[in-house]
Design a protein around this ligand. Structure first.
Ligand SMILES: CC(C)(COP(=O)(O)OP(=O)(O)OC[C@H]1O[C@@H](n2cnc3c(N)ncnc32)[C@H](O)[C@@H]1OP(=O)(O)O)[C@@H](O)C(=O)NCCC(=O)NCCS
Length: 332
Protein backbone atom coordinates (compact mmCIF):
# COMPACT_ATOMS: atom_id res chain seq x y z
CA UNK A 1 0.00 0.00 0.00
CA UNK A 2 1.35 3.42 -0.88
CA UNK A 3 1.50 6.22 1.67
CA UNK A 4 -1.58 8.48 1.43
CA UNK A 5 -0.89 12.19 1.06
CA UNK A 6 -2.92 14.85 2.82
CA UNK A 7 -3.31 18.45 1.68
CA UNK A 8 -3.26 19.92 5.18
CA UNK A 9 -3.28 23.69 4.72
CA UNK A 10 -3.20 26.41 2.07
CA UNK A 11 -2.56 30.15 2.33
CA UNK A 12 -1.89 33.16 0.13
CA UNK A 13 -0.57 36.68 0.26
CA UNK A 14 -0.62 39.54 -2.23
CA UNK A 15 1.11 42.91 -1.90
CA UNK A 16 -1.05 45.86 -0.87
CA UNK A 17 -0.15 48.17 -3.75
CA UNK A 18 -2.78 48.04 -6.51
CA UNK A 19 -2.40 49.30 -10.08
CA UNK A 20 -5.59 49.63 -12.13
CA UNK A 21 -5.90 49.48 -15.90
CA UNK A 22 -6.55 53.22 -15.87
CA UNK A 23 -3.29 53.76 -13.95
CA UNK A 24 -1.44 51.99 -16.79
CA UNK A 25 -2.76 54.47 -19.33
CA UNK A 26 -0.39 57.01 -17.71
CA UNK A 27 2.67 55.06 -18.90
CA UNK A 28 1.58 53.17 -22.04
CA UNK A 29 -0.84 53.56 -24.94
CA UNK A 30 -3.65 51.30 -23.71
CA UNK A 31 -7.16 51.46 -22.27
CA UNK A 32 -9.18 49.81 -19.53
CA UNK A 33 -11.58 48.63 -22.23
CA UNK A 34 -8.84 46.89 -24.30
CA UNK A 35 -7.36 45.11 -21.29
CA UNK A 36 -10.70 44.06 -19.81
CA UNK A 37 -12.21 42.74 -23.03
CA UNK A 38 -9.05 40.87 -24.17
CA UNK A 39 -8.03 39.43 -20.79
CA UNK A 40 -10.61 40.00 -18.04
CA UNK A 41 -8.02 41.88 -15.97
CA UNK A 42 -9.05 45.06 -14.13
CA UNK A 43 -6.32 45.46 -11.49
CA UNK A 44 -3.10 43.85 -10.33
CA UNK A 45 -1.20 43.91 -7.01
CA UNK A 46 2.51 44.66 -7.29
CA UNK A 47 5.54 44.77 -5.05
CA UNK A 48 6.75 48.18 -3.98
CA UNK A 49 10.02 49.35 -2.45
CA UNK A 50 12.18 46.51 -1.16
CA UNK A 51 9.43 43.90 -0.68
CA UNK A 52 10.43 40.64 -2.38
CA UNK A 53 9.23 37.20 -3.44
CA UNK A 54 10.68 35.94 -0.16
CA UNK A 55 8.65 38.41 1.95
CA UNK A 56 5.47 37.34 0.15
CA UNK A 57 6.46 33.66 0.43
CA UNK A 58 6.97 33.92 4.20
CA UNK A 59 3.49 35.36 4.71
CA UNK A 60 1.70 32.79 2.56
CA UNK A 61 3.73 29.96 4.18
CA UNK A 62 2.80 31.12 7.68
CA UNK A 63 -0.89 31.12 6.76
CA UNK A 64 -0.71 27.61 5.26
CA UNK A 65 1.19 26.30 8.31
CA UNK A 66 -1.37 27.82 10.69
CA UNK A 67 -4.22 26.12 8.82
CA UNK A 68 -2.33 22.81 8.67
CA UNK A 69 -1.83 22.89 12.46
CA UNK A 70 1.65 21.39 12.23
CA UNK A 71 4.81 22.16 14.20
CA UNK A 72 7.38 24.13 12.20
CA UNK A 73 10.05 21.57 13.23
CA UNK A 74 8.04 18.81 11.49
CA UNK A 75 8.60 20.33 8.03
CA UNK A 76 11.31 18.24 6.43
CA UNK A 77 11.29 19.76 2.95
CA UNK A 78 10.56 23.21 1.52
CA UNK A 79 10.13 23.59 -2.24
CA UNK A 80 9.83 27.11 -3.61
CA UNK A 81 8.44 27.61 -7.11
CA UNK A 82 9.72 31.04 -8.06
CA UNK A 83 10.68 32.38 -11.46
CA UNK A 84 11.69 35.82 -10.23
CA UNK A 85 13.85 35.18 -7.22
CA UNK A 86 15.18 37.70 -4.73
CA UNK A 87 18.62 36.05 -5.22
CA UNK A 88 19.91 33.29 -7.48
CA UNK A 89 21.31 31.92 -4.23
CA UNK A 90 20.63 31.40 -1.42
CA UNK A 91 17.49 29.80 -2.77
CA UNK A 92 14.09 31.31 -2.03
CA UNK A 93 13.28 28.10 -0.12
CA UNK A 94 16.36 28.58 2.14
CA UNK A 95 15.43 32.20 2.79
CA UNK A 96 11.88 31.22 3.74
CA UNK A 97 13.25 28.40 5.94
CA UNK A 98 15.40 30.84 7.90
CA UNK A 99 12.53 33.30 8.38
CA UNK A 100 9.97 30.77 9.61
CA UNK A 101 12.47 28.69 11.62
CA UNK A 102 11.92 25.37 9.83
CA UNK A 103 15.29 24.13 10.96
CA UNK A 104 14.78 20.48 10.01
CA UNK A 105 13.87 21.13 6.38
CA UNK A 106 15.90 20.48 3.25
CA UNK A 107 15.32 23.30 0.75
CA UNK A 108 15.41 23.86 -2.97
CA UNK A 109 13.74 25.91 -5.70
CA UNK A 110 12.23 24.76 -8.97
CA UNK A 111 11.46 26.62 -12.18
CA UNK A 112 8.34 25.57 -14.01
CA UNK A 113 6.98 29.10 -14.45
CA UNK A 114 3.20 29.26 -14.02
CA UNK A 115 2.98 25.45 -13.62
CA UNK A 116 5.24 25.74 -10.54
CA UNK A 117 2.64 24.90 -7.88
CA UNK A 118 1.51 21.68 -9.58
CA UNK A 119 5.09 20.62 -10.38
CA UNK A 120 6.01 21.20 -6.72
CA UNK A 121 2.99 19.21 -5.56
CA UNK A 122 4.15 16.36 -7.80
CA UNK A 123 7.63 16.44 -6.25
CA UNK A 124 6.24 16.74 -2.71
CA UNK A 125 3.94 13.78 -3.29
CA UNK A 126 6.84 11.67 -4.62
CA UNK A 127 8.98 12.54 -1.57
CA UNK A 128 6.15 11.61 0.80
CA UNK A 129 5.21 8.39 -1.01
CA UNK A 130 8.86 7.28 -1.16
CA UNK A 131 9.23 8.00 2.59
CA UNK A 132 11.92 10.61 1.88
CA UNK A 133 9.83 13.25 3.65
CA UNK A 134 6.76 13.31 5.87
CA UNK A 135 5.80 16.96 5.73
CA UNK A 136 6.52 19.26 2.81
CA UNK A 137 5.90 23.00 2.50
CA UNK A 138 5.40 24.18 -1.08
CA UNK A 139 5.63 27.92 -1.70
CA UNK A 140 4.73 29.36 -5.12
CA UNK A 141 5.84 32.97 -5.03
CA UNK A 142 6.46 35.29 -7.95
CA UNK A 143 7.16 38.94 -8.68
CA UNK A 144 6.81 39.17 -12.43
CA UNK A 145 6.33 42.97 -12.13
CA UNK A 146 10.08 43.22 -11.49
CA UNK A 147 10.86 41.66 -14.89
CA UNK A 148 8.45 43.40 -17.22
CA UNK A 149 9.30 45.95 -19.86
CA UNK A 150 6.91 48.66 -18.67
CA UNK A 151 7.02 50.24 -22.15
CA UNK A 152 5.79 47.01 -23.83
CA UNK A 153 1.98 47.13 -23.73
CA UNK A 154 1.68 43.59 -25.07
CA UNK A 155 3.14 42.08 -21.87
CA UNK A 156 3.14 44.57 -19.00
CA UNK A 157 -0.65 44.73 -18.65
CA UNK A 158 -0.96 40.97 -18.09
CA UNK A 159 0.88 40.22 -14.85
CA UNK A 160 0.75 40.87 -11.11
CA UNK A 161 2.64 39.69 -8.02
CA UNK A 162 1.62 37.26 -5.30
CA UNK A 163 2.32 34.12 -3.36
CA UNK A 164 0.53 30.90 -2.39
CA UNK A 165 1.63 28.06 -0.11
CA UNK A 166 0.49 24.53 0.62
CA UNK A 167 1.42 22.03 3.34
CA UNK A 168 1.38 18.37 2.30
CA UNK A 169 1.87 15.61 4.83
CA UNK A 170 1.22 11.94 5.51
CA UNK A 171 -2.50 11.39 5.81
CA UNK A 172 -3.66 10.23 9.26
CA UNK A 173 -6.94 8.69 8.02
CA UNK A 174 -5.76 6.80 4.92
CA UNK A 175 -7.46 9.23 2.50
CA UNK A 176 -5.18 10.17 -0.39
CA UNK A 177 -6.00 13.78 -1.29
CA UNK A 178 -4.09 13.72 -4.60
CA UNK A 179 -6.11 11.36 -6.79
CA UNK A 180 -3.96 11.95 -9.87
CA UNK A 181 -1.27 14.33 -11.02
CA UNK A 182 0.18 14.82 -14.45
CA UNK A 183 3.19 16.94 -15.40
CA UNK A 184 4.07 17.74 -19.00
CA UNK A 185 6.73 19.77 -20.79
CA UNK A 186 7.19 20.67 -24.44
CA UNK A 187 10.52 22.44 -24.66
CA UNK A 188 10.22 22.85 -28.42
CA UNK A 189 7.82 25.70 -27.64
CA UNK A 190 10.28 27.46 -25.35
CA UNK A 191 10.26 30.57 -27.52
CA UNK A 192 6.62 31.30 -26.75
CA UNK A 193 7.49 32.83 -23.34
CA UNK A 194 11.04 33.71 -22.34
CA UNK A 195 12.80 35.67 -19.66
CA UNK A 196 16.55 35.91 -20.38
CA UNK A 197 19.08 36.14 -17.58
CA UNK A 198 22.47 36.99 -19.01
CA UNK A 199 25.87 37.66 -17.56
CA UNK A 200 29.00 38.97 -19.24
CA UNK A 201 31.68 36.67 -20.65
CA UNK A 202 35.21 36.85 -19.22
CA UNK A 203 36.88 39.96 -20.74
CA UNK A 204 39.63 37.73 -22.23
CA UNK A 205 37.21 36.00 -24.63
CA UNK A 206 34.82 37.05 -27.36
CA UNK A 207 31.94 39.07 -25.79
CA UNK A 208 28.49 37.50 -25.69
CA UNK A 209 25.17 39.12 -26.60
CA UNK A 210 23.52 40.69 -23.62
CA UNK A 211 19.74 40.63 -23.42
CA UNK A 212 17.55 42.63 -21.07
CA UNK A 213 15.91 40.62 -18.29
CA UNK A 214 12.37 41.18 -19.49
CA UNK A 215 9.47 38.82 -20.13
CA UNK A 216 9.03 38.33 -23.87
CA UNK A 217 5.92 36.56 -25.06
CA UNK A 218 4.16 35.58 -28.24
CA UNK A 219 0.66 35.87 -26.78
CA UNK A 220 -1.13 34.47 -29.82
CA UNK A 221 1.00 31.29 -29.90
CA UNK A 222 0.56 30.78 -26.15
CA UNK A 223 -3.18 31.20 -26.53
CA UNK A 224 -3.37 28.67 -29.39
CA UNK A 225 -1.14 26.16 -27.58
CA UNK A 226 -3.21 26.30 -24.41
CA UNK A 227 -6.70 26.07 -25.93
CA UNK A 228 -5.57 23.25 -28.24
CA UNK A 229 -3.68 21.10 -25.71
CA UNK A 230 -4.82 21.85 -22.18
CA UNK A 231 -8.34 20.34 -22.37
CA UNK A 232 -6.86 17.02 -23.61
CA UNK A 233 -4.24 17.02 -20.83
CA UNK A 234 -6.92 17.71 -18.23
CA UNK A 235 -9.08 14.87 -19.58
CA UNK A 236 -6.08 12.49 -19.35
CA UNK A 237 -5.47 13.45 -15.73
CA UNK A 238 -9.16 13.10 -14.83
CA UNK A 239 -9.22 9.64 -16.45
CA UNK A 240 -6.37 8.58 -14.13
CA UNK A 241 -8.13 9.92 -11.03
CA UNK A 242 -10.92 7.33 -11.06
CA UNK A 243 -13.53 10.12 -11.18
CA UNK A 244 -15.55 11.29 -14.16
CA UNK A 245 -15.42 14.94 -15.24
CA UNK A 246 -19.03 15.49 -14.13
CA UNK A 247 -18.24 14.06 -10.67
CA UNK A 248 -15.64 16.74 -9.95
CA UNK A 249 -16.95 19.73 -8.06
CA UNK A 250 -14.67 22.61 -9.11
CA UNK A 251 -12.20 23.65 -11.79
CA UNK A 252 -9.44 25.98 -10.55
CA UNK A 253 -7.36 26.98 -13.58
CA UNK A 254 -4.25 29.14 -13.81
CA UNK A 255 -5.41 32.76 -14.13
CA UNK A 256 -3.76 33.96 -17.35
CA UNK A 257 -6.66 35.12 -19.50
CA UNK A 258 -10.45 35.04 -18.95
CA UNK A 259 -10.98 33.94 -22.55
CA UNK A 260 -8.76 30.89 -21.98
CA UNK A 261 -10.70 30.05 -18.80
CA UNK A 262 -14.03 30.35 -20.65
CA UNK A 263 -12.74 28.20 -23.52
CA UNK A 264 -11.75 25.49 -21.01
CA UNK A 265 -15.10 25.71 -19.26
CA UNK A 266 -16.94 25.22 -22.56
CA UNK A 267 -14.76 22.44 -23.90
CA UNK A 268 -14.90 20.48 -20.62
CA UNK A 269 -18.62 21.26 -20.22
CA UNK A 270 -18.02 22.51 -16.68
CA UNK A 271 -20.75 24.37 -14.79
CA UNK A 272 -19.61 28.05 -15.03
CA UNK A 273 -20.57 28.60 -11.36
CA UNK A 274 -17.99 25.97 -10.42
CA UNK A 275 -15.11 27.43 -12.46
CA UNK A 276 -13.00 29.66 -10.24
CA UNK A 277 -11.62 32.95 -11.48
CA UNK A 278 -10.27 36.07 -9.82
CA UNK A 279 -8.12 37.35 -12.70
CA UNK A 280 -9.93 40.71 -12.59
CA UNK A 281 -8.31 41.51 -9.23
CA UNK A 282 -4.83 40.00 -9.50
CA UNK A 283 -4.00 39.46 -13.22
CA UNK A 284 -1.55 36.62 -13.90
CA UNK A 285 0.48 35.97 -10.74
CA UNK A 286 2.39 33.09 -12.35
CA UNK A 287 2.92 30.07 -10.04
CA UNK A 288 0.88 31.77 -7.29
CA UNK A 289 -2.33 32.15 -9.26
CA UNK A 290 -3.90 28.74 -8.53
CA UNK A 291 -3.45 28.84 -4.73
CA UNK A 292 -4.61 32.48 -4.59
CA UNK A 293 -7.76 31.61 -6.58
CA UNK A 294 -8.36 28.48 -4.51
CA UNK A 295 -8.02 30.07 -1.07
CA UNK A 296 -9.99 33.16 -2.01
CA UNK A 297 -12.84 31.01 -3.34
CA UNK A 298 -12.86 28.92 -0.14
CA UNK A 299 -12.85 32.06 2.04
CA UNK A 300 -15.68 33.66 0.07
CA UNK A 301 -17.78 30.48 0.18
CA UNK A 302 -17.73 30.00 -3.61
CA UNK A 303 -15.93 26.69 -3.01
CA UNK A 304 -17.63 24.62 -0.35
CA UNK A 305 -15.50 22.10 1.54
CA UNK A 306 -15.13 19.16 1.50
CA UNK A 307 -15.02 18.80 -2.27
CA UNK A 308 -13.09 17.54 -5.24
CA UNK A 309 -11.31 19.87 -7.67
CA UNK A 310 -9.12 20.03 -10.75
CA UNK A 311 -6.14 22.35 -10.36
CA UNK A 312 -4.45 23.06 -13.68
CA UNK A 313 -1.61 25.35 -14.69
CA UNK A 314 0.44 26.13 -17.79
CA UNK A 315 3.34 28.38 -18.51
CA UNK A 316 6.75 29.02 -19.98
CA UNK A 317 8.62 25.93 -21.07
CA UNK A 318 5.99 25.21 -22.24
CA UNK A 319 5.00 23.35 -19.09
CA UNK A 320 1.62 22.04 -18.04
CA UNK A 321 0.60 20.57 -14.69
CA UNK A 322 -2.78 19.17 -13.69
CA UNK A 323 -3.98 17.43 -10.55
CA UNK A 324 -7.30 16.08 -9.32
CA UNK A 325 -7.55 16.58 -5.57
CA UNK A 326 -9.85 16.13 -2.62
CA UNK A 327 -10.00 19.20 -0.41
CA UNK A 328 -10.88 18.73 3.25
CA UNK A 329 -12.67 21.07 5.61
CA UNK A 330 -10.47 23.56 7.46
CA UNK A 331 -7.59 23.68 4.96
CA UNK A 332 -8.00 27.44 4.30
C1 LIG B 1 -1.81 38.75 -25.04
C2 LIG B 1 -3.22 38.68 -25.57
C3 LIG B 1 -4.20 39.26 -24.56
C4 LIG B 1 -3.32 39.51 -26.86
O1 LIG B 1 -4.62 39.45 -27.37
P1 LIG B 1 -4.83 39.37 -28.95
O2 LIG B 1 -6.28 39.39 -29.18
O3 LIG B 1 -4.06 38.16 -29.45
O4 LIG B 1 -4.21 40.73 -29.40
P2 LIG B 1 -3.10 40.97 -30.51
O5 LIG B 1 -1.77 40.55 -29.97
O6 LIG B 1 -3.59 40.38 -31.80
O7 LIG B 1 -3.15 42.53 -30.61
C5 LIG B 1 -4.21 43.18 -31.26
C6 LIG B 1 -3.88 44.64 -31.34
O8 LIG B 1 -3.90 45.20 -30.02
C7 LIG B 1 -2.68 45.89 -29.77
N1 LIG B 1 -2.34 45.76 -28.34
C8 LIG B 1 -1.57 44.85 -27.75
N2 LIG B 1 -1.52 45.10 -26.43
C9 LIG B 1 -2.29 46.17 -26.21
C10 LIG B 1 -2.63 46.89 -25.05
N3 LIG B 1 -2.18 46.56 -23.84
N4 LIG B 1 -3.45 47.95 -25.17
C11 LIG B 1 -3.94 48.33 -26.39
N5 LIG B 1 -3.64 47.67 -27.52
C12 LIG B 1 -2.83 46.62 -27.43
C13 LIG B 1 -1.67 45.22 -30.66
O9 LIG B 1 -0.59 46.10 -30.89
C14 LIG B 1 -2.48 44.93 -31.89
O10 LIG B 1 -2.57 46.11 -32.64
P3 LIG B 1 -2.47 46.03 -34.24
O11 LIG B 1 -3.63 45.16 -34.68
O12 LIG B 1 -2.60 47.45 -34.63
O13 LIG B 1 -1.15 45.41 -34.52
C15 LIG B 1 -3.64 37.22 -25.91
O14 LIG B 1 -2.94 36.78 -27.05
C16 LIG B 1 -3.36 36.28 -24.77
O15 LIG B 1 -3.88 36.44 -23.67
N6 LIG B 1 -2.54 35.25 -24.99
C17 LIG B 1 -2.20 34.31 -23.95
C18 LIG B 1 -1.13 34.86 -23.11
C19 LIG B 1 -0.93 34.09 -21.83
O16 LIG B 1 -1.79 33.39 -21.40
N7 LIG B 1 0.24 34.23 -21.25
C20 LIG B 1 0.59 33.70 -20.00
C21 LIG B 1 0.99 32.30 -20.08
S1 LIG B 1 1.44 31.72 -18.49
Amino acid sequence: MTIPVKIAGIGFYVPETVITNDDLTKIIDTSDEWIRTRTGIERRHVLSGNESTVDMGIKSAQRAIEKAKINIEDIDLIIAAASVEAHAYPSTACEIQAAIGAKNAACFDITAACSGLIYSMGIARAFIKSESAKTVLVVATDAVSRCLDWTDRTTCVLFGDGSGAMVLTVSDDNQDDILSIDLKAEGQYGNFIKMPITGKNCPLVEPNDEEKMYVKMDGKEVYKYVVTNLPNYIEECVAKSGLKMNEIDYLVPHQANMRIIEALEKRLEFNPDHVISNIQEYANTSAASIPIALVEAIESGKIKLPCSAILTGFGAGMTVGTTVVRLREGIA
